[in-house]
Design a protein. Structure first.
Length: 431
C-alpha cells in the first residue's frame, strides 16, 4: 500500500497563504498613484509609507521565529493571519497619511511570523533531502503572487477603486485561517491524515545532517543559542546575502510600477502587464533551483555546492543585470535587465531558507527569524532610500547602481565565509 503524501498538502497550504501574504503587501504599489491623489502624498511621504511595512515586519519576524520554536507554527500563523487580515482591511479604510502609515506598520507586524512559521513547519514535516524542494514549492508563491497580482490588482483597482480592493483582499486573507487550523498539526504524528509509512519517511535523516525535533522545543532560545547564531560564519554570510536579496525584492515590488509609469509613460493596465514577465521568470527559476539544490545535495553530498554556490552565482548575475537598466532609455532593454535581475536574485531563495535548517535544524525558525530581520530592514531601506534619491535627482539610476554594488558584496561574502558543511551545529533540545 502506497504511503500517504499529506506533507505536500501542508506545503500547499503554506504556498496558498504566502500568495495571499504577498498580494496583500504588494497591492499598495499599484494603488499608490490613487492613494497619492486622494491623500495628497509627496514623493518622500510615499517612500515612507511604502517602507513602513518593513518597520513592523522587522520586529515580529525576529520574535516570530522565537515564538514558532516556543509555541509551534499552528498557533503562531493562525494569530498572525487573523491580524494581517484586519490590517489590510484597515488600509482600505484609511482617511489620512497617519492612518495609512499605521496600517502598513501593523501589516508588517502581523505578517512578520509568516516565513519563520513556514520554515518551522517544513523542518518538522519534510525529510532533509526534500527540504529545498518543499521550500521552493512554498516560496514559489512570492513571484507568482507578484506576477498574477499585478494584472489582478490593477483590474480590481479599475473596477472597484483602491478602498474596495483592499477590503476584498481582507476577505481573501481571513478565509484561509480555518483551513490551516483544521488541517495542520505541529507534529505530523498528531495528524490523522498521515500514515505510519509517511511518518517514517518524514523522519528519515541524511548522514551527517542533524535531525530536526519532531515537535516545537517549548522554550525560548537560550543565550548560548543566540550567541551561536550571531557567531556562526555561514549563518552571518547567509543573513547578509538574504538582506541583499530583500533589497532587490522590495525595490522591484514597491517601485517597479512607478518606475515603468514615470520613466516610460505606461498607464496602470500596461504596468500590470509589463510586471508579469519578471515575476513569472523568477517563479520558474525558483522552482528549478529548489529541485536542483536538493539534486546537488544528493549527488555530491556537499552543502557548499548545493547551497552556497547557487546563492553566489545568482547574486552575481543579478548584479550584472541591473547595470544596463540604469543606463538605458529603451523599454525592451530595461524589461530584459529587470527580468534577469528579478529572476536571478530570487532563484536561490529556497537555498537561503534551507541553510537555516541545515545548520541548526532544532532552531530553524529562530535562525530564519534572524535572517528575515535583515530582510525586513531591507524592506524599509529599499523603498525609503529610493524615494529619497528620487526627491533629490528625479532618477532611478542611482538606485540600480546601489543594488549592483550590494549584490557584488554579497557574492564576495558568500564565497569567503559561507561554508555550511563545516559550520553545521547540533543544538541540544534543552538550549
Amino acid at each position: 500500500m502506497a504511503r500517504t503524501r499529506f506533507r505536500w498538502f501542508i506545503v500547499f497550504l503554506l504556498f496558498a497563504i504566502t500568495v495571499v501574504n504577498y498580494i496583500d503587501r504588494a497591492a499598495i504599489a499599484y494603488a499608490i498613484p490613487m492613494i497619492q491623489r486622494d491623500l495628497g502624498l509627496s514623493p518622500a511621504a510615499t517612500g515612507a509609507v511604502l517602507g513602513a511595512f518593513g518597520l513592523g515586519y522587522a520586529v515580529t519576524t525576529l520574535l516570530g521565529g522565537f515564538a514558532v520554536d516556543r509555541y509551534g507554527a499552528r498557533a503562531v500563523l493562525t494569530i498572525a493571519a487573523i491580524l494581517w487580515s484586519l490590517s489590510i482591511g484597515m488600509t482600505g479604510l484609511a482617511t489620512s497619511v497617519a492612518i495609512l502609515y499605521t496600517a502598513r506598520v501593523l501589516l508588517g507586524i502581523s505578517e512578520g511570523p509568516n516565513f519563520p512559521a513556514l520554515t518551522g513547519a517544513v523542518s518538522h514535516w519534510l525529510s532533509p533531502h526534500e527540504r529545498a524542494t518543499a521550500l521552493s514549492n512554498a516560496l514559489l508563491a512570492v513571484p507568482l503572487a507578484l506576477a498574477v497580482g499585478g494584472p489582478v490588482v490593477t483590474q480590481l483597482l479599475d473596477w472597484l477603486d483602491w478602498r474596495l480592493t483592499f477590503l476584498l483582499l481582507f476577505a481573501l486573507s481571513i478565509a484561509w485561517v480555518p483551513l490551516w487550523y483544521f488541517f495542520f498539526r505541529d507534529d505530523p504524528a498528531d495528524s490523522r491524515f498521515v500514515d505510519k509509512t509517511e511518518l517514517a519517511h518524514i523522519r528519515t535523516s541524511d548522514p551527517g545532517v542533524p535531525a530536526a525535533p519532531h515537535t516545537p522545543l517549548k522554550s525560548w532560545p537560550s543565550t548560548a543559542v543566540l550567541k551561536l547564531m550571531f557567531t556562526n560564519k555561514t549563518l552571518l554570510a547567509n543573513y547578509w546575502a538574504f538582506f541583499v536579496f530583500g533589497y532587490f525584492l522590495f525595490f522591484f515590488m514597491t517601485w517597479l510600477p512607478s518606475y515603468l509609469e514615470k520613466k516610460y509613460g505606461l498607464n496602470l493596465a500596461a504596468v500590470g502587464l509589463f510586471s508579469v514577465l519578471p515575476w513569472l521568470s523568477a517563479a520558474f527559476l525558483l522552482w528549478l533551483f529548489g529541485r536542483w539544490s536538493d539534486h546537488l545535495l544528493k549527488t555530491t553530498g556537499s552543502l557548499r555546492v548545493s547551497r552556497s554556490y547557487l546563492i553566489a552565482g545568482s547574486q552575481f548575475v543579478a548584479a550584472l543585470a541591473v547595470i544596463p537598466v540604469a543606463l538605458t532609455s529603451d523599454l525592451t532593454v530595461a524589461i530584459a535587465g529587470i527580468t534577469v535581475a528579478v529572476a536571478a536574485s530570487m532563484g536561490a531563495n529556497a537555498a537561503y531558507y534551507a541553510v537555516n535548517v541545515d545548520i541548526v535544524p532544532q532552531r530553524a525558525a529562530t535562525a530564519l527569524g534572524l535572517m528575515d530581520f535583515g530582510f525586513a530592514v531591507a524592506g524599509f531601506l529599499a523603498p525609503a532610500i529610493t524615494g529619497w534619491v528620487l526627491g533629490l535627482r528625479g532618477s532611478f539610476a542611482d538606485g540600480f547602481f546601489l543594488m549592483a554594488g550590494l549584490a557584488l558584496s554579497s557574492v564576495l561574502v558568500v564565497l569567503l565565509f559561507h561554508h555550511p558543511d563545516r559550520d553545521r551545529q547540533n543544538v541540544p533540545r534543552t538550549a
